[in-house]
Design a protein around this ligand. Structure first.
Ligand SMILES: [Fe+2]
Ligand SMILES: [Fe+2]
Length: 163
């Protein structure tokens, strides 16, 4: 039997999921910046930390549009991804491969976020949540730009050094 739950509920649940994830990422990025060996790596993690702060504020606007209090819902996927980056920081500390590892785990996080925002934009359109769409699109654009920047960073510096 189908339950009473609707796409509206799924949308709200997923906003809570990414809200929780962004808050965890906000805490993880300064640690990754501290761990990174290259100045470019440090700078890009710190820049994305500031962007993440803005993303959290946009999600709070989405909650407002929905008439719901901003509340996160534990996201095990992001806990796992951040856990992996902590593992890399410990296991590759003082290794020339450290930055390559940090960048690769940061990209896994970006891809998670890109998947979430892509879905949320599609659902917001379907649900007629017109004011939420540009907010989510702005977050998606920042994640995509970060992903590209990390790719450039990996191919120019970190991977070369690691090899
Ligand atoms: Fe984000
Ligand atoms: Fe991100």
């Amino acid at each position: 039997m189908p339950t009473e739950k609707t796409l509206n509920d799924l949308f709200l649940d997923t906003v809570k999921d990414i809200y929780y994830a962004e808050k965890q990422i906000l805490k993880a990025l300064p640690k990754m910046a501290r761990a990174a060996q290259s100045e470019e790596g440090k700078a890009s993690f710190l820049q994305h930390r500031d962007e993440t702060q803005g993303q959290i504020e946009r999600l709070e606007q989405v909650f407002e549009i929905l008439g719901k209090p901003p509340r996160g819902k534990t996201c095990e996927a992001i806990q796992g991804l951040i856990g992996e980056s902590q593992e890399i920081m410990e296991e590759f500390k003082d290794s020339l491969a450290l930055d390559a590892g940090l960048i690769s785990s940061a990209q896994a996080v970006e891809h998670y976020e890109i998947a979430r925002y892509g879905t949320l934009i599609a659902w917001a359109n379907q649900l007629g949540l017109k004011d939420a769409v540009p907010l989510l699109k702005q977050n998606l654009a920042e994640e995509e730009a970060t992903d590209k920047k990390l790719t450039a960073l990996a191919t120019t510096a970190a991977n070369v050094k690691a090899a």
